[in-house]
Write a protein that binds this ligand. Structure first.
Ligand SMILES: C[S@@+](CC[C@H](N)C(=O)[O-])C[C@H]1O[C@@H](n2cnc3c(N)ncnc32)[C@H](O)[C@@H]1O
Length: 267
């Protein structure tokens, strides 16, 4: 489809979900009439785009745990694209009566597969048709490493031992591209790929950094959680926010995990 004629393009002014979705779409084999399950759909990136591409002969089930996100997506949808349905569901525990799909997509999804990411992927694959493709994205290990090194160095200099231990646990818990690739291979998928694309996230110093809509909710809150004393956390993070030159540019790694279920009849 001519990108200039799209009625449901990826939002241009979204500097996080859209670049991740673009890398997902680079690896997704998309055509009309496909049945797609889009997990962790939020308010519809990339579900609306997918629905327009598969057309009325296809079907998209887009699921999210948050009733608020589903309500928002349905409000955006109105009566358009009736072959796209938004439902409230936990992608780690899908209902047994769910049909199977030709594609499973999940933009910015893998980090929410906790506590057992491998089992979550195994559960998803039960919903994938033979010959079908799974494509997931997430910010992989290495994302914002310059910031994490700065945080760790300051914690060490200030003797914040407990905070530093909790911080290390947080860092070690992040999934890597390699780990993702291993899950898909162990689960028997074919043509497995785990590819990373760097993405710079721009920020200014001080409050712009501390209240950055992406950094705060998705990442900085995790550092605050390492502190029992929240006023100490505020003081610590304020100092770091005044020194952004020591850790910018901030680079995220957009990881795309892709693999194919064996076709029926293949060995
Ligand atoms: C970072 S957002 C991504 C949303 C959308 N795909 C996008 O690219 O903008 C992650 C979404 O995952 C949802 N989520 C978190 N845990 C979930 C779960 N266990 N099952 C389904 N959705 C979940 C959240 O509610 C949130 O909407």
């Amino acid at each position: 489809m001519d990108p200039h004629k799209l009625r449901w393009p990826l939002p241009k002014h979204d500097y996080w979900s859209t670049p991740f979705a673009e890398s997902l779409l680079q690896h997704l084999h998309l055509r009309t009439d496909l049945q797609i399950l889009d997990i962790a759909c939020g308010h519809g990136i990339p579900a609306f785009y997918l629905a327009e591409q598969v057309g009325p002969g296809g079907e998209i089930l887009a699921i999210d745990l948050s009733a608020g996100q589903v309500a928002r997506a349905r409000a955006i949808q109105g009566s358009h694209l009736p072959w796209l349905r938004f439902e409230c569901m936990d992608m780690r525990a899908l209902p047994p009566n769910l049909p199977t799909f030709d594609r499973i997509t999940g933009n910015l999804s893998v980090m929410f597969f906790r506590p057992n990411r491998f089992e979550a992927v195994r559960g998803l694959l039960q919903q994938l048709n033979s010959g079908g493709q799974l494509v997931l994205t997430f910010p992989s290990y290495g994302t914002f490493d310059s910031l994490w090194q700065r945080v760790d160095q300051s914690m060490s200099e200030l003797g914040l031992t407990g905070e530093r231990e909790r911080f290390q646990t947080y860092l070690n818990e992040r999934p890597s591209a390699q780990e993702g690739q291993t899950w898909l291979e162990k689960l028997g998928l074919e043509r497995v790929e785990a590819i990373e694309y760097p993405l710079e996230v721009a920020t200014g110093p001080g409050p712009e950094f501390l209240h950055h809509p992406l950094l705060r909710g998705g990442f900085l809150d995790d550092v605050y959680e390492c502190f029992e004393d929240q006023s100490l956390a505020e003081e610590f993070m304020t100092k770091i926010s005044q020194d952004i030159h020591s850790f910018t540019p901030l680079i995220a790694q957009r990881c795309v995990l892709s693999g194919w279920e064996k076709s029926a009849g293949s060995p």
